[in-house]
Design a protein around this ligand. Structure first.
Ligand SMILES: Cc1ncc(COP(=O)(O)O)c(C=O)c1O
Length: 391
């Protein structure tokens, strides 16, 4: 009665989440070092300011007059955001979406037929598996090299292309390694994209959170033939519940226009973005500046605390993250497999971290976020390091 999709979805919880649920059921308190939802860790866009902005937006949205690309004022504010970063991505080349996950869905629908392939980074953010399945698109993977600060193995990437490959996904800053792709790497990627007529889907949701540089190198500033730049307010302004994202399309003008027409058609079919939220976009950019500075400093501080503490743990080897909310650490001399280790850390240190295999990382790695309330972060990392040394 149901489609193949319903049979393909994972049936049971894995043992880590079963153990987590059992611990919560016993009334234990577990620190979640996986969720990148900063609201859960006490970080909020100023609530009174948000209320003012939304009240004004409500007035503007009173008469329902949708625009299939998204309201012009919102698209113009996003274009201005890129202009301040030295990038020309005009309002006419921007589509508003209800978040980056949906942006991915639109891009895959635009670029690939069922059975076509999209090349994704490995390690990989787990959402792709599901989006790929929902779209009937096959995922192939290119490598990030831990031995080279998780940089992209461009030669390997090119070797993974087939006649069915339609696009390469770039996540920079990357989840979960914290890698930020250099301009040189992006030029290399653009050159491969030109030679093989590939689109680049550039996921920049962590663009504001950079730890050792001021500006993010962006595929949209290269000569790649077709680039979809994805971002939104979820991470940028700690507003995941607002559900506001976008796709900025750039590259060869003919491909840009064709892509925009199709994206517009897909979006027009659903008109899924809340109108009031769209009218709030310019003021959130404008009046959110001070909050953004505080929020960025908080994330950087969390990152520095995590790097300092984990670097002192003799059993962990860490490549300090250059951006984003996550880090990946290698466990040295591990006797247990990493899945067991994560369950052990949950039971004994009361901390939820992920084993690397959830992200297709080779054995003996742990993945965690460092965005967490400061004292909680310090306490739980101390417990985690002690437990690793005790094992
Ligand atoms: C790399 C990456 N891309 C996209 C998303 C989803 O973004 P959104 O909340 O806008 O759907 C996330 C969420 O954690 C993410 O880590």
């Amino acid at each position: 009665m149901l489609s193949d999709l319903s049979r393909e979805l994972p049936a049971a919880l894995n043992r880590l989440y079963t153990a987590r649920n059992e611990a919560l059921g016993r009334g234990e308190s577990i620190v979640d070092l996986i969720s990148g939802n900063v609201n859960q860790h006490g970080m909020f866009f100023p609530q009174e300011l948000l209320a003012q902005v939304m009240r004004a937006a409500l007035d503007q949205a009173r008469v329902y007059q949708p625009d299939s690309l998204g309201q012009e004022v919102a698209r113009q504010a996003i274009a201005d955001y890129y202009k301040r970063a030295g990038l020309c991505l005009p309002a006419g080349q921007i589509l508003i979406t209800p978040g980056t996950s949906v942006s991915y869905f639109y891009c895959l629908k635009l670029l690939a037929e069922p059975g076509d392939e999209i090349l994704c980074p490995s390690p990989s953010y787990p959402l792709f598996e599901t989006i790929g399945r929902v779209c009937g698109v096959k995922l192939r993977f290119y490598r990030l090299l831990e031995s080279a600060h998780w940089e992209i193995d461009l030669a390997y990437l090119e070797s993974q292309l087939t006649t069915k490959t339609r696009a390469v996904v770039l996540i920079s800053p990357h989840n979960p390694t914290g890698m930020v792709a250099s301009q040189e790497q992006l030029e290399g990627l653009a050159e491969i994209a030109c030679r093989h007529h590939l689109a680049i889907i550039a996921d920049e949701v962590f663009s504001e959170f950079l730890f050792d540089r001021d500006c993010l190198p962006r595929p949209a500033s290269t000569a790649a033939p077709l680039i979809f730049t994805l971002n939104g307010f979820s991470k940028m302004f700690a507003l995941p519940g607002l559900k506001l994202g976008w796709v900025a399309v750039s590259g060869d003008p003919e491909w840009v226009q064709k892509s925009l027409s199709t994206l517009e058609l897909i979006s027009d079919t659903f008109l899924p973005v809340n109108e009031m939220v769209q009218f709030a976009v310019p003021e959130i950019f404008l009046r959110g500046v001070t909050f953004l500075q505080i929020y960025k400093a908080w994330v950087k501080n969390c990152r520095n605390t995590a790097v300092e503490m984990l670097s002192q743990c003799p059993l962990l080897q860490l490549i300090p993250p250059s951006g984003g909310f996550y880090l990946t650490a290698r466990v040295l001399g591990a006797e247990k497999d990493e899945g067991e280790l994560a369950v052990d850390l949950l039971h004994k240190s009361k901390v939820l971290v992920h084993p690397g295999y959830f992200y297709d990382i080779p054995p003996s790695h742990l993945v965690m976020t460092f965005v967490q309330e400061s004292q909680t972060l310090q306490d739980c990392l101390a417990r985690l390091c002690n437990q690793l040394e005790e094992k």
